[in-house]
Design a protein around this ligand. Sequence first.
Ligand SMILES: [Cu+2]
Length: 131
Amino acid sequence: MKKLFKLVSLLTLGLFFVACGDSASEGFTKSGKAGSLDVTYSSAKPLVVGDNTMHVSITDGGKALTGAKVEMKVFMPEMPGMPYMDYIKVLDASGDKYSGNINYSMGGTWQVKIYIEKDGKKYKHSSSVIL
Ligand SMILES: [Cu+2]
């Protein structure tokens, strides 16, 4: 009986960790290249229509890129019955993290551009998200 109780406790504990793992992975993250740089942009929460705190991290040959000017732009091309719309934000730098609010004003596919400027060199990362 004691053994069974132990087993049930372990299973319950296991489920608890599985549940926690799920909620942690519900955030958003996507990676790609900007020229020679590696770019990851993410949000702690799933993306929603409206305001989202986005984080960008950049590495150059595996080393975090600090002191860059990073601008994020999201846009939707014009569609029948919908004008072109965009949202542009220069991200705040804090160490090797660049963050800022991005507002996706409607559901659908948004084109994402991340412009990076460092020591006079310019890089661009192109991506897209679906809300
Ligand atoms: Cu639209």
